[in-house]
Design a protein around this ligand. Structure first.
Ligand code: ADP
Ligand code: MG
Length: 237
């Protein structure tokens, strides 16, 4: 599924969190929204998800205008920065949750959950509770839960932010491999240059509510459009 944001504006009082933002997010790719804290990354992601309404502008998913649709009607999976695990449910039941509330047949739920437990490498931990997992394992569980309902789009807001460096590196590599397997259109919000350069097909650089440049990691690093992009990525103009 492709996503287009066209002319998005979002103000908080006098402050423009999004200032006429337009971006094309291609089908099947992993696109990162990269920028310093406060640059509007989460606001843009929330607008795509339908969690925030824009003051003006349009969000299209697969050429359908979804600007007026609720998050549920957009068929999007979310993984936000804080683990949203159900503490009293096992790993297996956490992953199954979205399928059960959609009243899918038990056989289908079981098969899907078995498949995802393998994909995220948590089959041996399926009967544990979230508190008995490491941070990285919990984050993989959160991703499996989002993937369970076959989202058209996966939206990740700083999903590895709270983890230590070693686990974060492992998860980045793992996300890249996962993405190569499932190819779901993915939008990753991060303030971490290395993370964006490592995992993305394309990167959009945000600064003060505007998009400075969009391109492949190589494009941006080798041919930064301006001083901001160059200094933010640590390359030279
Ligand atoms: P990022 O995710 O890039 O760190 P955000 O999109 O969360 O940035 O926020 C962009 C700007 O909008 C920030 O300066 C933030 O303080 C402001 N902002 C975000 N949400 C609100 C809100 N609900 N009320 C007031 N200001 C907000
Ligand atoms: Mg944010």
């Amino acid at each position: 599924m492709s996503i287009q944001v066209i002319g998005a504006n979002k103000r908080y009082g006098d402050f423009a969190a999004l200032d006429d933002v337009s971006i094309d997010i291609p089908d099947g790719q992993l696109t990162s929204l990269l920028g310093p804290s406060g640059s509007g990354k989460s606001t843009l992601l929330r607008a795509i998800a339908g969690l925030d309404t824009l003051d003006s502008g349009t969000v299209r998913i697969n050429d359908n205008d979804v600007s007026q649709k609720s998050p549920q009607k957009r068929d999007i999976g979310f993984v936000f920065q804080h683990y949203a695990a159900f503490k009293h449910l096992t790993v297996r039941d956490n992953i199954a949750f979205g399928l059960k509330i959609r009243k899918r047949p038990k056989k289908e739920v079981d098969a899907k959950v078995d498949e995802l437990l393998e994909v995220v490498g948590l089959a041996v931990f399926q009967h544990r509770f979230p508190a008995q997992l490491s941070g990285g394992q919990r984050q993989r569980m959160a991703l499996a839960r989002a993937l369970a309902v076959d989202p058209k789009v996966l939206l990740l807001d700083e999903p590895f932010g709270a983890l230590d460096a070693k686990v974060r590196d492992d998860l980045r590599r793992w996300l890249r491999r996962l993405h190569e397997e499932v190819h779901v259109t993915t939008v990753l919000v991060t303030h971490d240059q290395q993370e964006a350069l490592d995992v993305s097909d394309r990167i959009a650089i945000l600064n003060k509510g505007r998009i400075e440049q969009v391109g492949t990691p190589d494009d941006l690093y080798d041919r930064p459009a301006n001083e901001f992009v160059a200094s933010f990525l640590g390359s030279t103009v």
